[in-house]
Design a protein. Structure first.
Length: 177
């Protein structure tokens, strides 16, 4: 009586499966932190781009509405409306030109303010700060009517409001990008 050999396709052993899972976990442990750093860098790059859009929109607003209006002291004035006028200039999108600041886009909050108390607003300061410090970004950004984008030195937390014009313009606290 001869015995037939058992089929060779019995599947993977538990040890083989554990080794494959361990290799996948090691690869994930290496890749995930790099992916998170890349996402943070992408959010910060988007914030810089949005800041440039806002400073350009401020220059356009001032040129369009002249010395009677000056600069827009709120992002909503730069955003869309039923008609394009000094109260809704239709220069930036409804996300950055939201009705109530801060306006949130790409992981960052955006604010605008002016030192001037009334029309014409002779200056502005725009601020961009991460909504979740260390998660969506790690830089507080600001710019004034000079168009220079700056980041806060030694920052360790997000801002809850706009950075004042004179503070942003101070190179003791902020460096140009």
């Amino acid at each position: 009586m001869t015995h037939k050999p058992l089929a060779q396709n019995q599947g993977f052993s538990l040890i083989e499966l554990l080794i494959v899972v361990a290799i996948i976990l090691i690869i994930a442990a290496i890749a995930i932190p790099n992916m998170l750093r890349s996402k943070l860098a992408a959010n910060e790059a988007a914030a810089v781009s949005n800041m440039r859009s806002i400073t350009t929109a401020e220059a356009t607003y001032s040129a369009s509405y002249g010395s009677a209006q000056g600069y827009a002291p709120q992002l909503a004035l730069l955003g869309p409306g039923a008609t394009c006028d000094p109260t809704h200039a239709c220069i930036i999108d409804n996300v950055l030109g939201c009705p109530n600041e801060p306006c949130f886009k790409d992981g960052f909050n955006f604010f605008v303010m002016s030192n001037s108390a009334a029309i014409p607003f002779l200056d502005f300061a725009v601020t961009s700060t991460p909504q979740n410090w260390g998660g969506t970004g790690a830089k507080n950004l600001c710019a004034t009517e000079d168009g220079v984008l700056r980041y806060e030195l030694n920052a360790n937390a997000s801002k809850a409001a706009a950075i004042a014009h004179d503070t942003c313009a101070s190179f003791a606290q902020y460096n140009a990008i």
